[in-house]
Design a protein around this ligand. Structure first.
Ligand code: DC
Length: 222
C-alpha cells in the first residue's frame, strides 16, 4: 500500500475563510499549506511596480513566466518572495486584491502559475487553496472542498480583517461591493472561472465556526 498523503483542494470566493481553514488543517495534519492567491497577487504587484498595464496580456503573461515566485516559511509565518524580494505585507492590500483578480484572467499567467503549483503539490500531503485547485491544478485531488458563504458574511469578515491590518477600507458596504465585483470577475472569466469542481463537497460557512468547518473537512480525511 502506498503511504502517499492526500492533496486537499479548497476553492471558493474571497472571504469564505479558505486561508484560515487551510492553515488550521495543514497545522493539524502536518501538511504543507499553499496559498495560490498570493502568487497571483505577486504578479499583480510586480506589474504595478513596473508600470505594466494589468490588461496587457502579453506583457503580464511574460512577466509571470519570467519571475521567480517562492512561498517559504512555516504555515503560520508564510512569506512570499518575488525575484528574491519579500513582498508578503505589500500584497495583502485591498488594491492588490482587485489587481490580482484582473491579472488572473490572463491565460498565460494562469498557465505559468498552475504549472508551478502542480510541481509544489504533486508529492501530496498538502492543503492548497485558491479558485481552480479542484478544477485545473489537481482535478484528481483526494479531497475537494468548495467553501462558500454569503457575500454579507464574507464582507463582514474581510472588513474586520482589513481594519485589524490598519487599512483604511471605507464602509462595510464598500468592502461588500468590492468583494462582489471580484466574485463576478473570478466567476465569469473565460479561462478557469471559479466553479464548484466535480466531486467537491460544498460547505457554506456563513453560520459555522472555523472549528466546525475544520472538523467537517477532517472527517473526510480518512
Ligand atoms: O485568494 P486571494 O484573494 O488571495 O486571490 C486573489 C485573486 O487571485 C482572486 O481574486 C482570483 C485570483 N486567483 C485565481 O484566479 N486562482 C487561484 N487559484 C487563486 C487566486
Amino acid at each position: 500500500m502506498s503511504d502517499r498523503k492526500p492533496i486537499i483542494a479548497i476553492d471558493g470566493p474571497a472571504g469564505a475563510g479558505k486561508s484560515t481553514i487551510a492553515k488550521t488543517l495543514a497545522r493539524q495534519l502536518g501538511y504543507l499549506f499553499i496559498n495560490t492567491g498570493a502568487m497571483y497577487r505577486a504578479v499583480a504587484w510586480k506589474a504595478l511596480q513596473l508600470g505594466v498595464s494589468l490588461e496587457d496580456a502579453d506583457q503580464v503573461g511574460k512577466l509571470a513566466e519570467d519571475s521567480l515566485i517562492e512561498l517559504t516559511g512555516t504555515v503560520d509565518a508564510m512569506r512570499l518572495l518575488i525575484d528574491g524580494q519579500d513582498i508578503t505585507e505589500d500584497i495583502a492590500t485591498p488594491a492588490i486584491s482587485q489587481a490580482a483578480s484582473v491579472v488572473s484572467a490572463i491565460s498565460a499567467v494562469r498557465r505559468a502559475l498552475v504549472a508551478r503549483q502542480q510541481q509544489m503539490g504533486k508529492a501530496g500531503g498538502v492543503v492548497m487553496e485558491g479558485r481552480d485547485i479542484g478544477t485545473q491544478v489537481f482535478p484528481d485531488a483526494e479531497i475537494k472542498i468548495y467553501l462558500d458563504a454569503s457575500s454579507q458574511a464574507r464582507a463582514e469578515r474581510r472588513h474586520t480583517d482589513d481594519l485589524a491590518k490598519g487599512f483604511n477600507t471605507g464602509s462595510l458596504l464598500t468592502t461588500q461591493s468590492e468583494i462582489e465585483e471580484r466574485d463576478t470577475r473570478d466567476k465569469s472569466r473565460a479561462d478557469s472561472p471559479l466553479v464548484q469542481a466535480e466531486g467537491a463537497v460544498y460547505i457554506d460557512s456563513s453560520a459555522m465556526t472555523i472549528n466546525e468547518v475544520v472538523e467537517k473537512i477532517l472527517s473526510l480525511v480518512s
